[in-house]
Design a protein around this ligand. Sequence first.
Ligand SMILES: Nc1ncnc2c1ncn2[C@@H]1O[C@H](COP(=O)(O)OP(=O)(O)OP(=O)(O)O)[C@@H](O)[C@H]1O
Length: 233
Amino acid sequence: MFQPVISIQNLSHHFGHGQLRKQVLFDINLQINAGEIVIMTGPSGSGKTTLLTLVGGLRSAQFGGLQVLGRELCGAKDKDLTIARRQHGYIFQAHNLHGSLTVLQNVKMGLELHSHLSLAEMEVRAAQMLEQVGLGERLHYYPNDLSGGQKQRVAIARALVSHPKIVLADEPTAALDSKSGRDVVTLMQTLAKEQGCTILLVTHDNRILDVADRIVHMEDGRLTNNTVLSAVA
Ligand SMILES: Nc1ncnc2c1ncn2[C@@H]1O[C@H](COP(=O)(O)OP(=O)(O)OP(=O)(O)O)[C@@H](O)[C@H]1O
């Protein structure tokens, strides 16, 4: 039977302890299918990043059910969260590139957990991926010598070079002008569809909503709306 790659049931989350304990996610239910591009919108502080970090195994889910690629992450041990984290690609607003490494070395890092590849193979794959994002001529540049849009394309190459089944993106266009932002998400969409990868993307940027197959909306820690734009088989 068809299995969703991300399945969330009645998920709740709190931060802090004692009197400072505060609930930030309430009873979230969501299923995301293989190959879907899902955009999550909602006001600042509504819990989008928290949900993304739980799905990514970057923090431990507390109450409810959260299965990612068939692995239960709610109540999971650190060891299992570490394994889960290695299966995803991540793209953040601030792109998180290493300034002291070249573009090629940064993308190669996306393969370093895949120890079956030789260093030479990693280099070839990283270079091919950079070619695909239009930076084949910039392999030996350092991040500081690139524009914001180019840096974000390096981050996309690094996230996708290992062909992860899931990519999690948090405000990937926030630091970009509208043309670069548009180019970056179109590129993500094209590559994800080519690789059959699922994307969960958090954004405030209304100009990029049309790349989604589905838009989900968060409000005060609850999912309030789930709009399907195109069905993914
Ligand atoms: N590490 C933390 N410790 C305590 N509270 C936190 C922590 N991280 C987030 N919060 C709180 O949880 C709530 C949800 O935050 P979250 O960052 O998930 O929202 P968001 O929708 O992603 O916001 P934004 O769009 O501004 O990034 C907020 O009230 C925030 O202050």
